[in-house]
Design a protein around this ligand. Structure first.
Ligand code: FES
Ligand code: FES
Length: 161
């Protein structure tokens, strides 16, 4: 028996009729057409499918869509504004933190989650924040640099410097 589920995805209301076993990653990719969210492992180990669910970082491969009923879901597609990449996305490109790009959407969401909680995270906090997101290409150092750079830029904007 299918179930009606209402979500707010990147600020837009959305409604789906899903099987109780359907995973959020599939709803996002196959029904909502938001293929920025990737599936790597499907068992909660790689972080490629990371999204924010009511502001908390989750692996969308581990969340049943019915369990997200009434929730806000933020995906990588919601980061850009008016067709322009946000500062974190630009920093990833500028710092060379993107190679094949498969981990990037999940990495960006983990980074946004961190930056939402800590205005000036330490390198250790950045490493910890992305420790659930696997990248087989970059060696992580440039990803950490990009996140640190964004934190610095946002702090400077806040203080007007
Ligand atoms: S696909 Fe969800 S954690 Fe790997
Ligand atoms: S850039 Fe290829 S997996 Fe991270």
């Amino acid at each position: 028996m299918k179930v009606d589920v209402q979500l707010t995805i990147n600020g837009q209301p959305a409604q789906f009729r899903v099987e109780p076993t359907e995973r959020l990653v599939d709803t996002l990719r196959e029904r909502a057409g938001l293929t920025g969210t990737k599936e790597g492992c499907g068992v909660g180990e790689c972080g490629a499918c990371s999204v924010l669910l009511d502001g908390k970082l989750v692996s969308s491969c581990l969340v049943l869509t019915v369990a997200a009923h009434g929730c806000r879901v933020d995906t990588v597609e919601g980061l850009a504004r008016d067709g322009r990449l946000n500062d974190l996305q630009r920093a990833f490109i500028e710092e060379g933190a993107v190679q094949c790009g498969y981990c990037t959407p999940g990495m960006l969401m983990a980074a946004e989650y961190l930056l939402g909680r800590y205005a000036r995270p330490t390198t250790e906090q950045i490493r910890q924040a992305i420790s659930g997101n696997l990248c087989r290409c970059t060696g992580y150092r440039k990803i950490v640099s990009a996140i640190r750079k964004t934190a610095r830029q946002r702090a400077a904007r806040r203080t007007g410097r």
